[in-house]
Ligand binder design. Structure first.
Ligand code: DOR
Ligand code: ZN
Length: 355
């Protein structure tokens, strides 16, 4: 028996689309399934002002022409970001957040923030204007173990920042630890006021652990940042996603890299999940006997955080009787890009007529 599930059209609140040939190759994969997405600004050079964000948005619209897809933009925070830029971003309905990359934390983060104290005026202006801060929450100190970097960020950077600027709205992006789940849960009791702390969770962090990367051979296609942790952390993320708590919502962090960049002695971080994200996510919820909780996580909670309406259109997922085939690599500018394979049976896919 084939089962179907129809939900409000989902959104992706954390997405890398790149530029040029890669943008053209990957943007339709997201636009087929998601109504809206929040686009990350870590291009080379980064998107650091409103004019660059608007121009990039036009290129995204061109790459998804004729599709019902709304890209929202982010501005890359640097120690030189002008207060005028913050004010202009807050006044632009297409810009949803400012992105904090600690310098050196991940792909194209060299222009990021070295010292959070140097951007306090910008963060104060954001708090004043109600413009959220999206954080890549990892410290970058060479002597901090890579598996501890998220927890250290919470303790050393995030919590002090929230105490200093309690009105600043913050999204912890792509959380990977039970420490982050606990921190978000403890942040305040849910009430009718606007949330000041939320967190996105990726599809891959709900499915893989560090064993996928390292046990039985090294698998570079599972390497991303923050790096996947042990299974107890993954289980805490699954519990958060299933819980319905409005502070947790889906952001794929789909981050395409050519295979030549991934399969190298110093491979880059990022997993291309966009085309399979919805089927994989449905499998995670189904395996937990919680398929009914999927819509809140992927179609409702994030819109609520960003004060946007829920999409009026829908997406239908189909549960097949046999596992679906692994998706072959896509091609961008003559290079192959491997699509995420969670190394387990996936029975769910998106119904083609609702793509
Ligand atoms: O794995 C990742 N890839 N994590 C990030 O934070 C950035 C992203 C990318 O841009 O490739
Ligand atoms: Zn990202």
């Amino acid at each position: 028996m084939t089962t179907t599930l129809t939900i409000r059209r989902p959104d992706d609140w954390h997405l890398h689309l790149r530029d040029g040939a890669m943008l053209a190759a990957v943007a339709p994969d997201t636009a087929r399934h998601f109504g809206r997405a929040m686009i990350m600004p870590n291009l080379v050079p980064p998107v650091t002002d409103v004019a660059a964000a608007s121009a990039y948005r036009q290129r995204i619209l061109a790459a998804t022409k004729g599709m019902d897809f709304m890209p929202y933009m982010t501005i890359y925070l640097t120690e030189d970001t002008q207060i005028e830029t913050i004010k202009a971003a807050a006044a632009d309905a297409m810009i949803l957040a400012v992105k904090l990359y600690p310098a050196g934390a991940t792909t194209n983060s060299a222009s990021g923030v070295r010292d959070i104290n140097k951007v306090m005026p910008q963060l104060e202006a954001m708090a004043e204007a109600g413009l959220p801060l999206a954080v890549h929450g990892e410290v970058t100190d060479a002597d901090v173990d890579i598996f501890d970097r998220e927890k250290q960020f919470i303790d050393k950077v995030l919590d002090p920042l929230r105490r200093r600027l309690p009105q600043l709205r913050i999204v912890m992006e792509h959380i990977t630890t039970s420490d982050a789940v606990d921190y978000v849960r403890a942040s305040r009791d849910q009430s009718s006021e606007e949330l000041t702390l939320g967190a996105t969770i990726t599809v891959h962090h709900l499915m893989i652990t560090r064993n996928h990367i390292l046990a039985g051979g090294i698998r570079p296609h599972y390497y991303c940042l923050p790096v996947a942790k042990r299974n107890t952390h993954r289980d805490a993320l699954i519990a958060a996603a299933l819980s319905g708590d409005s502070r947790f919502f889906m952001g794929t962090d789909s981050a395409p890299h050519p295979d030549s960049g991934k399969l190298s002695p110093c491979g880059c971080a990022g997993i291309y999940t966009a085309p399979v994200a919805m089927g994989c996510l449905a499998q995670v919820f189904d395996d937990a006997n919680s398929i009914d909780a999927l819509e809140r996580f992927v179609s409702i909670n994030g819109a609520g955080f960003y004060n946007l309406p829920i999409n009026s259109s829908t997406l239908t997922l189909i549960r097949h009787n046999a596992p679906i085939d692994i998706m072959p690599p896509i091609h961008a500018g003559g290079e192959a890009v491997t699509v995420f394979d969670p190394m387990r049976s996936i029975y769910w896919s998106v119904a083609p007529d609702t793509e």
